[in-house]
Design a protein around this ligand. Structure first.
Ligand SMILES: *Cc1c(COP(=O)(O)O)cnc(C)c1O
Length: 427
């Protein structure tokens, strides 16, 4: 695409954007009495205006039906999780029975590790990305300890080559092959939270399976950001949160995918609760756990109706927009951001993009390594009404989401970035 560094060009792109109206379906935070330029959907997505109505419905049921709300009315709470599976399955490219919405992300990661990290003999190692999100690191560290291993030995972390910021797929695959005899599991992010790199999940899954290991992904930064095809890629399990690109509110509920080949296999070890028990017998309160078919058999507790109501409102927007349409816009919008950052007249000694240049190897996030006065630069941006985020030691992450961000916002961001770099005293 031929980009231009002008407001007129950005506005023209917005006119041509078939998804431009989705912006009106969200609330924007106010800074200096106007809508902020919100480029932080990678951390907390904006509130869909429809969310309140979905919450109000459930509050109304609670007020008027109380305990009867579990079984009465059009959408009884007892089956509420079933309302979310179809939309969530479309977001991650899975069959409906392979997906369940429950708990929160790190909890679900542990539940999946109980089922899919089953070290035996020499096969006890886990391959993962170095510098994974800390929660994932802690999960792997404590799970390997739980099985009696030393995490320094059991967890193999892969880092980019000297002088590079992204992992090369060939290096990931080679490492899986090299450790084939001792590998129990390959577990990585779908997208690295820091650099924004998208991993080649299909190739990694294939290599992991060839090595005789299970393969799972944490899709916190991938779900709602890039198209996913978990079933076709043959991934064993995945987990994600709903409050980042999926706009379902702070601490919102999480999603789990389990490939259907395990869905009817009651021999898979798991930590069980009554909500995963065969629904027909659940209220007989009998001894002896019999899991429901599919991912639903991993549920523990009765559904968190209020966060799930918000999640429903959000998933409906994704269905309306369509992941493929969102991706088409996202590639253009992120490409525009990249072009404009490149056009800011400072050298790599000041600002360096660490996100892959290849559009297929990234989603909508661009991470900038800021080598001088990074904290001041971040503060300037925030004062000017730009909401982005800062990750220690000196990275600013900028995420134009295709659902509610515009080309004009990306253009204005770059203008303010340019101006702020001058006022914080950089060359
Ligand atoms: C955001 C994020 C988390 C957060 O975990 P919660 O359990 O939702 O608090 C975990 N892992 C990754 C990769 C993340 O990006």
């Amino acid at each position: 695409m031929n980009y231009q560094n002008t407001l007129a060009f950005a506005q023209e792109q917005d006119q041509l954007d078939p998804l431009r109206h989705f912006k009106d379906r969200f609330y924007f935070p106010q800074v200096n009495k106007q809508d902020a330029i919100y480029l932080c959907g990678n951390s907390l997505g904006l509130q869909p205006k429809s969310a309140q109505m979905y919450i109000d419905n459930e509050m109304y049921k609670w007020a008027n039906l109380a305990v009867e709300g579990h079984f009465k009315g059009e959408e009884p709470w007892v089956n509420y999780h079933e309302l979310l599976a179809p939309g969530a399955a479309r977001v991650v490219g899975a069959r409906e029975s392979e997906v369940v919405v429950m708990n929160q992300l790190t909890v679900n990661l542990h539940l999946m590790l109980v089922s899919f990290y089953r070290p035996q003999g020499r096969r006890f190692k886990i391959i993962t990305e170095g510098g994974a999100f800390p929660s994932d690191q802690y999960a792997l560290e404590t799970q390997t300890r739980f099985h009696g291993y030393n995490p320094d030995e059991a967890v193999i972390e892969l880092f980019p080559r000297e002088g590079e910021h992204a992992l090369r797929t060939e290096d990931i695959l080679a490492s899986i092959k090299e450790h084939a005899d001792e590998l129990a599991l390959v577990m990585m992010g779908g997208i690295n939270y820091y650099t924004g790199q998208v991993f080649d999940m299909e190739a990694i899954t294939k290599a992991g399976h060839e090595a005789g290991a299970f393969v799972g992904f944490d899709l916190a930064h991938a779900a709602g950001n890039v198209p996913l095809h978990l079933h076709d890629w043959d991934v064993d399990f995945a987990v994600w949160c709903s409050y980042k690109y999926l706009n379902s509110g702070p601490g919102g509920t999480s999603g789990v995918y389990v490939h259907e080949r395990f869905g009817n296999d009651s021999s898979i070890p798991r930590f069980a609760g009554w909500w995963g028990h065969n629904a027909k017998e659940r209220f007989q309160m009998k001894k002896g756990f019999k899991p429901m078919e599919g991912a639903a058999g991993w549920q523990l507790s009765n559904s968190q109706i209020l966060p799930m109501a918000v999640h429903r409102a959000s998933l409906e927007l994704f269905d309306e927009a369509g992941m493929e349409n969102l991706r088409a816009k996202s590639e253009k919008l992120t490409g525009y951001l990249e072009y404009l950052i490149d056009d800011v007249p400072v050298g790599e000694d000041v600002l360096e993009m660490i996100t892959p240049r290849d559009p297929q190897a990234r989603g909508c996030q661009i991470s900038m390594l800021v080598k001088q006065n990074s904290r001041q630069l971040f503060d300037r941006l925030m004062e000017a009404g730009i909401i982005v985020d800062y990750r220690e030691p000196n990275v600013i992450r900028v995420a134009p989401t295709p659902l509610y961000n515009s080309f004009e916002e990306v253009y204005r961001f770059s203008e303010i970035l340019h101006g702020s770099l001058q006022t914080v005293g950089q060359k």
